[in-house]
Design a protein around this ligand. Structure first.
Ligand code: 5GP
Length: 123
C-alpha cells in the first residue's frame, strides 16, 4: 500500500508549531497531547514526529529509535494519566474504512468512563 504523506495535515501543523496543542509529554521523536474534542474524560493522542500516515506505515518504515521512543512514550503517558489500573482503550484508525480523519499516525488513549464494546454490531 502506498503511504503518501500530506505535510499540510493538522498534526503536521501542530508539530511545526503553526497550531497550538495541550501537550502531555514531548520526547525526541514523539508528541502526546489532549484531543480537541474529547470522547471520554481522558482522551489523549500520541503521534510520532516523523511523517507517517498510519500505524502500518510507521511499523514498516520508522527507525528503531523512533519505534522504541513511540512505544515507550505511550507507556509513560499511560502512567502519567494513571489509566493502567482501571483500564483504557488504545485505538489507531487508518484509511477510509478505519474512518481516519487526520492522515498522520496517532493512537487515541481513552479512559475515565466505561467505554462500551469496541465496535457497534453491523446494522
Ligand atoms: P481520527 O478519526 O483520525 O482517528 O482522529 C482524529 C482526532 O483528532 C479526533 O479525535 C479529533 O477530535 C482530533 N483533532 C482534530 N483536529 C484537532 C486539533 O486541531 N487539535 C487536537 N488536539 N485534536 C484534533
Amino acid at each position: 500500500m502506498a503511504h503518501t504523506y500530506d505535510p499540510e495535515n493538522i498534526f503536521a501543523k501542530i508539530l511545526r508549531g503553526e497550531l497550538p496543542n495541550k501537550t502531555v509529554l514531548e520526547t525526541a521523536h514523539t508528541l502526546a497531547f489532549h484531543d480537541i474534542y474529547p470522547q471520554a474524560p481522558v482522551h489523549v493522542l500520541v503521534i510520532p514526529k516523523g511523517p507517517y500516515v498510519s500505524y502500518d506505515h510507521f511499523a514498516a518504515e520508522a527507525s528503531d529509535a523512533e519505534v522504541l521512543d513511540y512505544t515507550r512514550t505511550i507507556s509513560k503517558v499511560c502512567e502519567m494519566l494513571e489509566v493502567g489500573e482501571k483500564g483504557f482503550r488504545l485505538i489507531s484508525n487508518a484509511g477510509e474504512l478505519g474512518v481516519q480523519e487526520v492522515p498522520h499516525l496517532h493512537v487515541h488513549i481513552l479512559s475515565g468512563r466505561p467505554l462500551g464494546r469496541m465496535l457497534n454490531p453491523p446494522a
